[in-house]
Design a protein around this ligand. Structure first.
Ligand code: ADP
Length: 317
């Protein structure tokens, strides 16, 4: 049996079994797909595909020097031929490089070869909350407390580092082997350079876009709070609050602040969602106020979650 090791990541190392045999974890990796980082003289083997993004394909990769498993975002140079595309990736790396927090995907290294650029990250083997919701359709309030607390923790850390994420969504909330949430994808993120600075544009299309971002009025950290409200709604209801069949109509609903809270939601969570989805950014709660909200104290908050929760409804005490 493969024994997962929590070395700050989803790293897996082969450990001798009861008979002293070391299982060959390399068999899970493709010997024909070797990746070489000449800057550090490190060799990797490519494993299973974890997901595809706008530019990147993300694989589990094994560092043969250390026997640790990472997630490798592989981006073909042909797909980022335009200078601004490469610049965007370098900016993403620059923003993420120095972040270190339990609920933020840890950056390991960046390198290139003739064909690709590689971003080596902490492995989140249980993929994202998109995958969980695909199986589950919607989650229970205790589970939402569990994920939301970790999300808010991670977002608080990046905000304290003057970074606005700007694309918080289920697909950027990854889960490691131990079901710990890790905030990912700094592709649309930005650094706030001085107190009170307002950003005017986003280079890309955020999923849960806040009205002030949409209307190019100038935005800041509060745009992430809006997304937290959308995420809470989506996890409990199974679809986002402003969803329609066309982007144009969705944007109209966002501008009009038009959404419906199903009666099945508890009064505390409805209240929290309403506060986060306030049209006025300055009237939204800050991250500390979110964690102090009645929603977190009015019911059970699991300290850990079983991986079975990815596919079936848990029973809580
Ligand atoms: P892009 O920047 O091209 O949009 P993403 O960052 O969205 O690429 O990554 C693509 C997919 O790869 C994600 O949807 C996710 O499923 C998966 N992924 C990304 N980072 C990790 C990671 N650290 N661990 C596990 N899977 C990941």
């Amino acid at each position: 049996q493969l024994k997962p090791q929590t070395a700050g990541s989803d790293a897996v190392r082969s450990t001798p079994d009861i008979n002293g045999h070391t299982p060959d974890i390399q068999q899970h990796f493709d010997n024909t797909h070797i990746i070489y980082d000449s800057t550090t003289d490190t060799t990797y083997l490519r494993g299973r595909l974890l997901g595809k993004g706008g530019f990147a394909r993300c694989y589990e990769i094994l560092n043969l020097n250390t026997n640790k498993i990472y997630a490798g975002k592989i981006i073909s140079k042909a797909r980022i031929a335009k200078p601004h595309q490469k610049q965007k990736i370098l900016r993403e790396v620059q923003l993420q490089k120095n972040l270190k927090h339990r609920h933020v995907v840890e950056f390991n290294s960046y390198f290139e070869d003739d064909n690709n650029v590689y971003i080596i990250l902490e492995n989140c083997s249980r993929k994202s909350l998109v995958h969980v919701l695909k199986h589950r359709k919607c989650l229970t309030e205790p589970e939402v407390r569990y994920y939301l607390r970790q999300l808010v923790d991670g977002v608080d850390y990046i905000h304290r580092n003057q970074i606005i994420h700007r694309d918080l969504k289920l697909g950027n909330m990854l889960l490691n082997h131990d079901m710990e949430l890790k905030l990912a994808d700094f592709g649309l993120a930005t650094r706030v350079d001085f107190v009170g600075e307002k950003k005017m544009t986003v280079c890309g299309t955020p999923n849960y876009i806040a009205p002030e971002v949409l209307q190019k009025k100038g935005h800041s950290f509060e745009a992430d709070i809006w997304a937290v409200g959308c995420i809470t709604y989506a996890l409990l209801v199974g679809r986002p609050p402003f969803e329609t069949t066309t982007l144009k109509e969705t944007y109209m609903r966002i501008t009009e602040n038009s959404y419906v809270l199903p009666p099945s939601l508890s009064p505390p969570v409805k209240n929290l969602i309403r506060r986060c989805l306030n049209a006025d950014p300055l009237s939204r709660p800050n991250l500390h106020e979110i964690l102090a909200d009645e929603f977190f104290t009015c019911g059970y908050l699991p300290r850990s979650l079983s991986p079975a929760c990815c596919t079936s409804v848990p029973k809580f005490p």
